[in-house]
Design a protein around this ligand. Structure first.
Ligand code: SF4
Length: 122
């Protein structure tokens, strides 16, 4: 039976170093959510990825995600896929020491449902 990690919204992953890559669709969705044109959104909230092949979200000067407000993600409803997929569809060795997500044994169908985007908690 698969193990699904249930996000506890501790926001640790919103604060550690790295980059959140954005697809064109995500940029369009986030821009609409912020009531900005895509051009304005890109100017205000993105930077080039380290490989200079795409765009990533800006960080605040303290390193946390530009959309983190206190302990809340201000774009939770439409947050990027990369954020949504952690830690179930990607993670790194030892992530459990930093991430408070609770491992839960679920059926294969439930795992598929939760990681496909419908009803994913993270
Ligand atoms: S995925 Fe883990 S580190 Fe990120 S907010 Fe959820 S519990 Fe915290």
């Amino acid at each position: 039976m698969p193990v699904y990690y249930e996000c506890q919204r501790c926001t640790a992953c919103c604060r550690w170093p790295g980059q959140v890559r954005l697809s064109e669709k995500e940029i369009a969705r986030l821009a609409a959510f912020k009531q900005l044109s895509e051009f304005e959104f890109i100017q205000q909230f993105t930077r080039l990825t380290t490989g200079k092949r795409g765009l990533a979200l800006l960080d605040k000067p303290n390193g946390e995600c530009i959309f983190l407000e206190g302990n809340d993600c201000s774009v939770q409803a439409i947050k990027p896929q990369q954020c949504r997929d952690f830690p179930n569809l990607w993670n790194f060795p030892g992530f459990e020491k930093l991430c408070k997500a609770l491992p839960t044994i679920v059926s294969s169908e439930e795992y598929k449902r939760r990681t496909s985007g419908d009803g994913a908690a993270g």
